[in-house]
Design a protein. Structure first.
Length: 271
């Protein structure tokens, strides 16, 4: 019983996963990280009228949550700190969410990057049971990977670069990822949902991954958006962003329609 999360939050971030250790910044203790996150949560509760308001990235539903505790804090070199935080639904104390908070050092301060759902409550019989989201946020893959170096980026590093890019663009966009539809010219205001598995490396084109985004005020409208990345000066950088599938109204619902497919790893437009 415990978890949830989403929310794009401002921060100064660098686009790329191969950032290496954050040189010249304050080394934060676990207690300092916890204190910074608790301060942030307290401010959001004050702004939210006594509850922590968070949009469920899977459903688009806004949740009214009560803070319980911070359980685990981990550090990933070059990316910052990640904390597991427990919340319960206001008025339903048996329903818990487990939410991961991501913060990065900026000088002698900790800056919030994002908060993502790790576990959510699912009804099983008469009880609510915490259920892990799939796919997991990329920072959990770091703990599960095999040791050793390779010439290619690991999947979590590609995902980290994409997520960093999205968080920075959301900061610039006032909390949403803004993307111009190259086909219709529409300026889309999108909320990040997830990065799909698997991440791929396409010969001559760099790294590639699909993502889901939801239209800010229409949770049922979901875009499938593709990201291409290449290594530039030892960093992974997002070099191209394209709408792969667009939501199209059919009857009373929305379905995704392909704009292009792939032939021998090359995108081919669908008329």
């Amino acid at each position: 019983m415990r978890r949830l999360g989403v929310l794009f939050i401002g921060v100064l971030v660098v686009i790329g996963a191969f950032l290496g250790p954050l040189a010249g910044v304050h080394a934060f203790t676990t207690e300092e990280v916890k204190a910074a996150i608790q301060e942030y949560i307290a401010q959001k509760i004050k702004e939210g009228g006594g509850v922590y308001r968070l949009k469920d990235e899977m459903t688009g539903q806004e949740l009214a949550l009560e803070f319980v505790k911070i359980r685990i804090v981990r550090k990933i070199e070059g990316h910052g700190y990640f904390a597991d935080v427990d919340f319960r639904v206001k008025g339903e104390p048996e329903k818990f969410y487990d939410i991961d908070f991501w913060v990065r050092p900026e000088g002698d301060k900790l800056i919030f990057v994002d908060a993502r759902m790790h576990k959510y409550p699912k009804k099983e019989g008469n009880e609510w049971v915490l259920t892990t989201v799939t796919p997991l946020p990329w920072w959990w893959a770091v703990a599960q990977e095999h040791p050793g170096e390779t010439d290619e980026a690991k999947a979590w590093q590609v995902k980290a670069a994409i997520h960093t890019h999205i968080a920075e663009k959301a900061r610039e966009g006032g909390g949403v990822y803004r993307l111009k539809d190259e086909k219709t010219g529409e300026q889309l205001a999108l909320e990040f949902v997830k990065i799909h598995d698997p991440v791929r490396r396409i010969k001559g084109q760099g790294y590639f991954a699909c993502t889901d985004f939801r239209v800010q005020v229409q949770a049922e409208r979901v875009y499938d958006i593709d990201f291409w990345l290449n290594e530039e000066k030892d960093k992974l950088t997002v070099t191209q962003v394209r709408i792969h599938k667009e939501p199209v109204k059919e009857g009373t619902g929305w379905v995704q329609k392909l704009r292009y497919t792939f032939e021998q790893d090359n995108p081919v437009e669908i008329p």
